[in-house]
Design a protein around this ligand. Structure first.
Ligand SMILES: [Zn+2]
Length: 225
């Protein structure tokens, strides 16, 4: 009986193998990007990624970098993030050009309790024609309370942490240490930037508010799995 699988192996054509590899590639956004460790509050992230010719506009490794930085910066408030699902978006959504396109991104595919992150090829600056930005925390103007994060494929690895800072209630700031400070500067280096203690206090408050109103649902920790 064990031999019954053998004849199927040669039947796998090149197309099927390619398909398998692509499926693994997309699944790596979930399985290759790390899990919550010991944080008291583990938050699920649903990754929506634009596919071009069967290939995501950015790699799972790149997303792993985004999540790693977010987890490092949110550690002081006991919050960790892990990808719980990946959903593929059609090539027609590769470039997000205006406010209306931001509003509609994932509107019909929005379950509560998690953070929805959209990875697109290009994200236009809606304030300066012709410019593009690396990421945005966006409030859907048509669905009260619905908020999403959009990352452009050009985003550096601190962009998700910055946008999640907005998700957790922060405006831009002037603190030298903070990733919410958009003023160009060499000191401190990117790798040494984090959130200011006053920002952490706001984030703790918003964490608790979002957990109590259902915006976020705490995922079971590693020991419960
Ligand atoms: Zn910002």
């Amino acid at each position: 009986m064990g031999l019954s699988l053998a004849p199927t192996a040669p039947v796998l054509g090149a197309a099927t193998l390619l398909q398998c590899r692509e499926q693994l590639g997309t699944a790596a956004f979930v399985h290759g990007t790390g899990r919550c460790a010991h944080e008291r509050t583990c938050v699920g992230v649903v990754v929506h990624v634009v596919m071009l010719d069967g290939v995501p506009v950015q790699s799972p490794q790149w997303f792993h970098g985004q999540l790693s930085q977010a987890n490092r910066l949110f550690e002081p408030i006991g919050v960790g993030f892990e990808a719980v699902a990946v959903r593929e978006l059609p090539a027609a959504l590769a470039d997000v050009d205006d406010r209306s396109e931001r509003d509609h991104l994932g509107r019909d595919d929005h379950d509560p309790g998690v953070v929805h992150v959209f990875v697109v090829r290009r994200l236009a600056d809606v304030d300066i024609a012709g410019d593009e930005i690396r990421g945005v925390h966006w409030r859907d103007r048509g669905v009260p309370g619905r908020r999403i994060v959009i990352l452009s494929s050009i985003a550096g690895d601190m962009t998700l942490a910055h946008e999640l800072g907005h998700f957790f209630g922060l405006p831009h700031s002037r603190y030298a240490i903070s990733v919410m400070n958009k003023t160009p500067r060499d000191d401190p280096r990117w790798s040494q930037r984090s959130f200011h203690p006053r920002e952490l206090a706001i984030m703790r408050r918003d964490r608790d508010r979002m957990l109590s109103d259902g915006t976020l649902v705490r995922r079971p920790g590693p020991r419960a799995r």
